[in-house]
Design a protein around this ligand. Sequence first.
Ligand SMILES: *Cc1c(COP(=O)(O)O)cnc(C)c1O
Length: 345
Amino acid sequence: MSTATLTIDLPALTANWTALANMGRAEPGAVVKANAYGLGAGRVGRALAKAGARTFFVAVAEEGAALRQALGPGPVIYILSGHMAGDADMLGDMDLTPILNSLDQMIRHLEALPGHPFGLQLDTGMNRLGMEPSEWAAVRDIALAQDPQLIISHLACADEPDAPMNTDQLARFRQMTSGLDCPLSLANTGGILLNRAYHFDVTRPGIGMYGGLPFDNARPVVTLDIPVIQCRDVAPGDAVGYGRAWIAQRPSRIATLSTGYADGILRCLGDRISVWADDVRCPVVGRISMDLIGVDVTDTASDPKSVSLLGPQQGVDTLADAAGTIGYEILTSLGERYTRRYLGG
Ligand SMILES: *Cc1c(COP(=O)(O)O)cnc(C)c1O
């Protein structure tokens, strides 16, 4: 088999969720949008439910429907994009709770699904989703009369503890929700790590559960092992891969691996990362192709059968740094072609 194996350590993932939960007294939700950041929303959701999660967040109704099928009845599934045209049947049939972002969405929801639970999102300065203060002032009484399940807002700079935006948004959220007895939610992973003032009633951890920054005490969750398809000797002066981008300086042994940029190993990582054959570092050589990567295995005792691209020596955030991006993008780009294998859960 030439497909790579992405191993997802569910006990590590739920331990991260529990560690974030234990930083305060709020009810810990769990953000499993984008197929649980690429790791598999069904298996991840079930593991979290078993660990005690009762409140889940996804981006769109279709993700919510798939999650409901995996979890069964019981847990609350919030839809962050709210109630879009055409969503009513799915929201109703699958018992999904939209977080309404605007007056338009509120009207649509109350007309299409009267009495069906909903949440609300307020914009406290990010200017992405949610009602702005003036809109909120206009609809607040109508909305509250319908008994919203949760009122949320989202932090723009939670991963920068010193950003004045955090305290600005906290103050605005408090102002916009003062005097309400509805449950409130503001904190993503970064917000949980800021301090308890940001936790309110329900937290919304995502990346920290999956082992990514800014939760620097997270247990690593993913490892990626890639089969070697072929090894060859390359003489000094010979090149490897497209564009002759790497030239051997010594007699070299080159392994060709079964993964590439189509699997989320971004092409720009070409000369910046390595893989590991047990403890031996094997630098990537030449350009990353769509389905193939060359690595220098000259220093290994024998030709490896497979190598590790994500693991204890090189985590998601190391790859992210090398690519000039964030762990979120690395995780959500990891290829559909990988065989996903789950530990525990
Ligand atoms: C994605 C998302 C989260 C989770 O954020 P992390 O930084 O991954 O913890 C929380 N709330 C909202 C509204 C989101 O879109």
